[in-house]
Design a protein around this ligand. Structure first.
Ligand code: PHE
Length: 351
């Protein structure tokens, strides 16, 4: 009889606790932990029932034990459920935005020194009335060499170690070695007079070093009209040099050779670092080479259908990397291609 009562007492306690467990509620993780300890901790109510289980008469142990396990599992899963909900709430709180807070500062990009220099060169020539023309990087032999008075098989073609594109049907396709090809295209398509600057990437099969790269950028210029003389060329180059390197800049021209110009010259500017006195940038000479130029060869005019008896013109070409190196005293050309952020950041303040 005593055992019978005891069994009933415990079963009703289990039912009571089951009811309590199903209504358990807490939001904070700390409160949930408190509930767990109250029920399942060392001195917890459910733990106490497990202790009592030992005193239950053997014939009731099975039923009692089963019920007790149901209670324990219900309590465990309730606690887990509350914890999961609390966690979910916590992470969604973290993810929600405070719309009144200022945004994260974004790092601004800046223009690449080659783009800055290209733009500066072009804007100087635009002021002089030149327009800008661009053309394809993959070219044919005619536009890069043939129309520019490079005779077939002439060693002059080797002057500009060319990347040929191996195309079985046609091996005249190549990567342009200079943007003079755009000048040819302009002569073919544009009415006269012509005053144009041609910026772009060019390709030469050269070993990469501090002073040379197989890809670089050029701006070439062409001016064709009636009565254009070498004096006009000299004046255009001088004005450009003074705009680019400073009003006190001097130029000098040294005789040179290009198949497409006659006469031809290399242009030097007075060293803007030592003002002509001689330093390690100009290697003690006081002069820095900046471009090639010359009067357009009559054969070049003829090849594009322009009458050299009526028209004459001049052309010039410069490497953008070289101008940028002189302007900012960058000693290694490879910096322009590696895009190391520490290098690029130096140009952030240049507009
Ligand atoms: N095309 C020449 C070069 O790439 C530069 C140049 C252009 C020289 C026009 C003279 C006249 O080196």
């Amino acid at each position: 009889m005593r055992l019978q009562n005891r069994k009933e007492m415990n079963l009703s306690k289990i039912d009571e606790l089951l009811e309590k467990v199903s209504n358990l509620y807490a939001e904070k993780e700390q409160d949930i932990e408190e509930l767990r300890v109250k029920l399942l901790g060392k001195k917890g109510e459910i733990t106490a029932l497990f202790d009592e289980f030992r005193t239950v008469a053997p014939e009731y142990k099975r039923e009692f034990g089963q019920k007790l396990n149901v209670l324990k599992n219900a309590a465990l899963s309730k606690i887990e459920e509350l914890k999961a909900k609390a966690e979910e709430r916590g992470s969604s709180e973290k993810a929600s935005f405070d719309l009144t807070k200022p945004g994260d500062k974004m790092d601004m990009g800046s223009r690449h020194p080659i783009s800055i220099t290209r733009q500066e060169i072009l804007s100087i020539f635009k002021k002089f009335g030149y327009s800008v023309a661009e053309g394809p990087e993959i070219e044919d032999d005619w536009h890069v060499f043939g129309a520019l008075n490079f005779p077939p098989e002439h060693p002059a073609r080797d002057m500009q170690d060319t990347f040929f594109i191996n195309n079985q049907s046609d091996n005249n396709i190549l990567l342009r070695t200079h943007t003079s090809s755009v000048q040819v295209r302009t002569m073919e398509s544009m009415g006269l007079p012509i005053r144009v600057v041609c910026p772009g990437r060019v390709f030469r099969n050269e070993a990469i070093s501090a002073r040379a790269h197989c890809i670089f950028h050029q701006v070439e210029g062409l001016y064709i009209d009636k009565n254009v003389s070498f004096a006009d060329l000299k004046q255009a180059v001088l004005l450009f040099a003074q705009e680019m390197f400073g009003a006190d800049t001097q130029i000098r021209m040294r005789p040179s050779y290009f198949p497409f110009t006659e006469p031809s010259a290399e242009v030097d500017v007075s060293c803007n670092i030592c003002k002509g006195k001689g330093c390690n940038i100009c290697k003690g000479t006081g002069w820095l080479e900046i471009m090639g130029c010359g009067m357009v060869d009559p054969n070049v005019l003829k090849a594009s259908g322009i009458d050299p008896e009526v028209y004459s013109g001049f052309a010039f070409g410069m490497g953008i990397e070289r101008i940028a190196m002189l302007k900012w005293q960058v000693k290694d050309l490879r910096h322009y291609f590696e895009n190391d952020v520490r290098f690029l950041k130096e140009f952030e303040t240049v507009i």
